[in-house]
Design a protein around this ligand. Structure first.
Ligand SMILES: NC(=O)c1ccc[n+]([C@@H]2O[C@H](COP(=O)([O-])OP(=O)(O)OC[C@H]3O[C@@H](n4cnc5c(N)ncnc54)[C@H](O)[C@@H]3O)[C@@H](O)[C@H]2O)c1
Length: 438
């Protein structure tokens, strides 16, 4: 019997995300092979190379940048693009033109116009681009989708969805971190909530047609401080952790150290003193009330979908985890962290007009909606068939599909900024034609 084809992978931008995917790929060595890695930081390309089985490591080609690897002829079947938000468009465009299929980190690009251009280029060149909307691969959302499709709650009329980013996570990523400033990354509703837009679009099984939104940055600002204090936490004289957002906790508190691993290459071996030293110059050492952040720490959106279905979505820094209520003509679903912690269960279905509430078991109870629970693994399991075997329209998170959730997210930002109700089809037309800048 002939061996199945292995999918050759090249990592472009070998930071936290690409390394996660590469490591998972090597748990399926019959499906995937690492053949190249590009990143200006050598320990990161080396880390990718070292995921490969020892016998294949010497063959992994290493490059110092996206430009360098993309100056070569095509080296792999799939380029995994995990550079930062403002550098997805150029490497993705180049990779498509060279003949690669692409696993592209979200957001598709920093601007919606570029995202739509990449979608159209993918179609034109007949390539495949899978976007890392990892929630679609989690057992939690897959279970929800199955319940909806079974017809148990009838026709969906409305939903309320909530994403609690978590206060420390918000400060780490959307105040101090890569996505604190929308001008150098993307607006919060894109940077974080393109996942939510995408999952709502997928669960509802129809397009969003219009949106309104309100949201502000209210807490993570200098105005919150009662008195002046140094803008680096290492210069504070107060006991460590007295202020809940104290950056010195990266060196001392286990739950904060978890986040350190995503941004500090030496987190596993560094001493407390070395971490303190790093905090003196690192963005993550800054006082969370004195950064250059501009992302709203709370935002609410109201959406109308095809067929008149309506929904609300709330993003807040001040809650942990996602939850959703979906109301249909025959019953309702309540699901998420809140219901897991407070009952009746992680996912439950209650029929109208009497009848028992049914608590639904997930196929894999360790996975779900927290972090990417199960999503990264599910994505790598599906990627092989999505790239090689299924028709493009059956791919789990194709760029063709993901482009709509990006239109939802950018249109929501436009609604927040202007206070207007935004028609999505019109918004997409204006952006694609260059008459509106997003
Ligand atoms: N799917 C998800 O759930 C999810 C979660 C977190 C982040 N992300 C997205 O993934 C992307 C990467 O995030 P991350 O946390 O891995 O960031 P990261 O900063 O850890 O990784 C980015 C890497 O790109 C490298 N790089 C910079 N310039 C380069 C160049 N010219 N050529 C090649 N490499 C270059 C950097 O050295 C770095 O290693 C971002 O767009 C982010 O929004 C997605």
């Amino acid at each position: 019997m002939s061996e199945q084809k292995r999918l050759d992978l090249a990592g472009i931008g070998c930071g936290s995300r690409t390394r996660t995917y590469m490591k998972l790929a090597m748990e399926m060595p019959d499906k995937y092979r690492i053949v190249a890695a590009a990143d200006p930081v050598p320990v990161r390309t080396e880390a990718v190379r070292d995921f490969a089985p020892e016998s294949e490591r010497a063959d992994v080609k290493m490059f110092a940048s996206a430009d360098e690897i993309l100056a070569q002829p095509k080296l792999a079947d799939v380029a995994i693009i995990g550079t930062q938000d403002d550098y997805h468009f150029e490497p993705c465009k180049k990779a498509l033109e060279l003949g690669y299929n692409v696993l592209l980190e979200k957001p598709i690009s920093k601007t919606l116009r570029e995202a739509l251009i990449l979608r159209d280029l993918t179609n034109e060149l007949n390539r495949r681009v899978a976007v890392c909307h990892v929630l679609r691969y989690t057992p939690f959302y897959r279970t929800l989708k199955k319940i909806i499709e079974s017809g148990e709650i009838g026709e969906i009329m409305t939903f309320n969805a909530n994403e609690g980013v978590g206060a420390w996570h918000f400060a780490h990523s959307f105040v101090r971190g890569h996505w604190g400033n929308s001008k150098t990354s993307t607006p919060m509703i894109v940077a974080k909530c393109c996942h939510d837009m995408d999952i709502l679009y997928w669960l509802m099984g129809r397009k969003c047609v219009s949106v309104a939104s309100f949201g502000e940055l209210s807490f993570f600002t200098k105005a919150t401080l009662n008195e002046a204090r140094p803008d680096r936490c290492v210069d504070w004289t107060t006991p460590v952790g007295e202020d809940p957002y104290d950056a010195r906790k990266y060196a001392t508190a286990e739950d904060a150290k978890r986040w350190l691993g995503m941004v500090y290459d030496r987190y596993e071996t560094a001493s407390e003193d070395e971490i303190y030293e790093w905090l003196k110059t690192s963005p993550w050492g800054r006082d969370a009330m004195q950064c250059d952040n501009d992302q709203p720490d709370h935002q609410v959106s109201i959406m109308k979908f095809e067929g008149g279905l309506t929904g609300t979505f709330t993003m807040t820094a001040f809650e942990e985890g996602r939850h959703i209520e979906i109301y249909g003509t025959k019953g309702k679903i309540r699901a998420g962290v809140f219901y897991k912690n407070n009952g009746p269960g992680e996912i439950s279905v209650t029929p109208h007009f009497g009848g028992e509430t049914r608590v639904v078991e997930l196929e894999d109870s360790d996975a779900g909606y927290q972090g990417h629970g199960g999503g990264d693994w599910g994505l790598m399991c599906a990627l092989y068939d999505d790239m090689l075997n299924v028709p493009v329209e059956k791919m789990t998170t194709s760029i063709q599909d993901s482009a709509h959730s990006h239109v939802m997210a950018f249109a929501t930002e436009h609604a927040r900024r202007t206070g207007q109700v935004v028609d999505l089809a019109e918004f997409e037309r204006l952006v694609l034609s260059g008459n509106l800048s997003y």
